[in-house]
Design a protein around this ligand. Structure first.
Ligand SMILES: Cc1cc2nc3c(=O)[nH]c(=O)nc-3n(C[C@H](O)[C@H](O)[C@H](O)COP(=O)(O)OP(=O)(O)OC[C@H]3O[C@@H](n4cnc5c(N)ncnc54)[C@H](O)[C@@H]3O)c2cc1C
Length: 495
């Protein structure tokens, strides 16, 4: 099997989430050179494309995202894709900035001067009130503790918590770093790979000495949005986060429509059950149809890719199976504005640390965050919030019915936000196996997958389990993989 670009051959994309659609888009957007353009066929198991990206209506409010509701702009891949699809004018920035933490019985603003929850100065940490006085004193030890002797393990990956807690104390690790870094992945920082999710922290740990000083030094002149600046996170220009007016599913719809216009065949309700190696092609077997393709992009969750690759790339399969995934649910609740005691100004929502028997891990104030939601006629006297429940170590919600999930989530956020009556509209969206876990050693697993796939001709893999769960990371990875596959080279760009 040679480079598909040269042959005007068929490329099969398995999985029609944002990764698979972006891979297809990369292939049809590329100049076809001297050969005829590749024919692209997409298979998705679900009845719709888009995977985790889904937008719906809750009560009278339309265009509410029930999966992701925003993307970072630091990685420009999502913004660029929106622009390529003619959606540039519909990109919107949040109407508010900053976030709170539920700690010590109150909603407290995240300290300014921090990097993914790691404080870079003591005074803002003390002012935030998120950790106790003892916790602040314990964090101060970071400035004077001798460097830990790492010995032979100096180059090894470590968990985020195992770096933060010994230097800054358990309170900072649990109330600040775990809700932020763990929250992004619905995982626990106790076994989350610092090398994969917070490389700056691992570098700081390796240099020995104070984490606050090392990350504070990085901060100087750094416009990285993961730094909380003094005061509010700056909004303009350019915005740190963006979304689409009408919801992120518009990106999926535009992509699906544009792909079809360019001749891409998209089969939905078509789970791929096997990949069979033929003499000159890969046979893609699905319940709907069977297609012979000279190249295949696997854009399915890790467990599915593992199963499809099992006969062809056993080392990749083993590494893929080691990447488990957390299930979550998004509980969207609409309240009458008059029933919400707390002012929701000055932030987009709050995080809840893993203390006590917390159910809700985070709460986003949707009608404060997004003007396009708040300004809808039907939303005028409503406050719409979304609560996230579930984490890799907490699957209680999976055993509850929707009514019980709503009741439990409402009881918690009513206490946090002073809400006097129940919601007037609600929805529960369950996302099973949604967040791949980047556990310690993740980069080694990715390298293993990469090398095994590179030696399996005509196959590329992409998806949220590889090098970032965010939408821009998925798009960038998918486009890179597809481009390399079409050129007949390795599937990943050198880092
Ligand atoms: C609740 C939630 C909130 C999030 N919030 C954000 C956020 O605010 N910002 C952000 O950037 N990211 C966020 N994310 C992460 C981001 O949405 C996902 O990582 C990303 O959408 C994953 O895209 P994907 O295409 O790699 O995978 P998926 O969306 O999972 O797509 C995989 C596709 O493969 C299909 N499939 C499965 N098995 C088969 C098979 N056998 N044959 C064919 N097809 C198959 C599935 O149907 C699915 O469509 C969030 C995710 C969730 C769940």
């Amino acid at each position: 099997m040679s480079a598909p670009e040269a042959q005007g051959a068929t490329v099969a994309i398995v999985g029609g989430g944002i990764s698979g659609l972006a891979a297809a888009w990369e292939i049809v957007s590329r100049p076809s050179g001297s050969g005829s353009p590749a024919k692209v066929v997409v298979f998705d198991a679900a009845e719709r494309t888009g995977g985790k990206i889904r937008t719906g209506t809750v009560g009278p409010v339309e265009g509410i995202d029930l999966g992701p509701d925003t993307f970072v702009t630091r990685n420009s891949a999502a913004v660029e894709l929106c622009r390529e699809l003619g959606l540039g004018d519909d990109l919107v920035a949040p109407a508010a900035a900053g976030a709170f933490v539920w700690a010590r019985g109150a909603l407290r603003r995240l300290p300014s001067a921090s990097f993914l929850g790691v404080p870079t100065r003591l005074a803002p940490l003390a002012q935030s009130g998120i950790v106790s006085r003892h916790g602040v004193a314990r964090a101060a030890l970071d400035l004077v503790l001798p460097p830990a002797a790492l010995g032979a393990s100096a180059r090894a990956d470590r968990s985020v918590a195992s770096i933060v807690a010994p230097r800054l104390g358990a309170e900072v690790a649990r109330r600040l770093v775990d809700p932020i870094v763990g929250g992004i992945h619905a995982g626990s920082t106790h076994d989350m790979s610092a090398a994969a999710v917070f490389p700056e922290l691992l570098d700081a740990a390796r240099s020995g000495g104070s984490l606050m000083r090392a990350l504070g030094a990085l901060r100087a002149g750094n416009s990285d949005p993961r730094f909380e600046e003094d005061g509010e996170v700056p909004l303009a220009p350019p915005p740190i986060f963006q979304s689409l007016r009408g919801g992120l599913e518009r990106l999926v719809d535009a992509l699906t429509r544009s792909l079809r216009e360019r001749g891409v065949m998209i089969h939905t309700g078509a789970p791929v059950t096997a990949l069979e190696r033929q003499e000159t092609a890969w046979r893609v077997v699905s319940s709907a149809t069977t297609t012979d393709a000279s190249a295949v992009v696997l854009a399915t969750p890790a467990a599915v890719s593992a199963q499809l690759l099992a006969p062809h790339a056993p080392p990749a399969t083993a590494a893929l199976r080691a990447i488990d995934a957390a299930s979550v649910a998004i509980v969207t609740l609409a309240y009458r504005r008059a029933d919400v005691a707390r002012s929701l100004h000055g932030g987009t929502g709050y995080l809840v640390p893993d203390e006590g028997a917390r159910f809700v891990t985070a709460c986003t104030w949707l009608t404060t965050k997004w003007a396009h939601l708040a300004n809808q006629q039907g939303a005028r006297d409503l406050v719409v919030v979304r609560a996230s429940v579930g984490r890799i170590d907490d699957e209680r919600f999976a055993r509850m019915d929707d009514g019980d999930i709503v009741a439990k989530a409402h009881a918690e956020i009513a206490r946090h936000m002073g809400i006097r009556r129940g919601p007037v509209a609600q929805s529960v969206t369950r996302w099973e196996g949604a967040f791949p876990q980047y556990r310690v050693g993740h980069l080694d697993r990715v390298a293993m997958i990469e090398s095994a796939v590179a030696s399996t001709e005509g196959i590329a893999v992409c998806g949220a389990f590889l090098s970032g769960v965010g939408i821009p990371a998925c798009i960038a990875e998918a486009r890179r993989s597809a481009a390399a596959l079409m050129a007949g080279g390795t599937t990943r760009a050198p880092s």
